[in-house]
Ligand binder design. Structure first.
Ligand code: MN
Length: 230
């Protein structure tokens, strides 16, 4: 079978201490999954069913820089635990969900907050705010074989050496198995899917020149310099 042009290359993420790469299929994200962050966004942190949005797979990358995107004056950092699936399915139970996880990474759900605020106000979709180029930087993935499952542990983001976001995975309103179970009722999950599981409190703007160091206890750090101009 020939194509009219060279098909796009497979998006991939490195796996820590592993030769093979992780092929990315889809990127799902959970909104407002830490109570303090829900409150800072004007939300209600009671245990309503989780809500989801997505980013295109091409937004995921592992690299040393984050190019400041166009058409925004207020790009925010959201440090998050990323779950990487190597098995899929529909209508998974929370009990079986953990067996579908290949591993975990540290990710940033970069957000054009100004465009998101406009979209929220107008009742419009969030794609321009959430799904832009380079909006999903990730650390290498650590396999479950290496690190086990992550139920608790510090999650943080430093900017220029100052701690800006800080929380613990155990503060998630919806836990990873429940997130997978919910998602699998909406979509057929497949190997290669990534799930961004929400950010703790302390989100705020980044500026060109900023050095971001994000981490989760037990995983690699994610270190990035913001490049370009505002
Ligand atoms: Mn987020």
């Amino acid at each position: 079978m020939e194509y009219v042009f060279t098909p796009p290359s497979q998006v991939r993420l490195p796996i820590s201490q592993h030769q093979a790469a992780f092929p990315v299929r889809r990127i799902y994200c959970v909104g407002q999954n830490y109570a303090e962050h829900a409150r800072e966004m004007g939300g209600d942190p009671t245990r309503n069913p989780p809500f989801f949005f997505s980013k295109p797979p091409q937004a995921a990358y592992h690299g040393a820089s984050f190019p400041y995107p166009p058409l925004s004056q207020d790009v925010h950092h959201e440090i998050e635990l990323v779950v990487a699936l190597d098995r899929g399915g529909l209508n998974l139970s929370a009990e079986e969900a953990l067996t579908h996880i290949f591993g975990y990474a540290v990710g940033l759900d970069m957000t054009r907050r100004d465009l998101q605020a406009e979209a929220k106000k107008a009742g419009r979709p969030w794609d321009s705010a959430k799904g832009f180029d380079f909006s999903a930087p990730c650390s290498p993935i650590w396999s479950v074989q290496q690190v086990g499952h992550l139920h608790s542990g510090a999650i943080y983001l430093d900017i220029n050496g100052r701690r800006i976001q800080s929380g613990d995975l155990e503060q998630m309103i919806w836990k990873v198995p429940e997130i997978i179970a919910h998602l699998s009722r909406l979509f057929t999950l497949e190997p290669g899917d990534l799930i961004f599981t929400g950010t703790p409190a302390g989100v705020g703007p980044v500026r060109p020149g900023d050095v971001l160091d994000g981490g989760i206890e037990g995983l690699d750090q994610l270190s990035l310099t913001v490049t370009g101009s505002l």
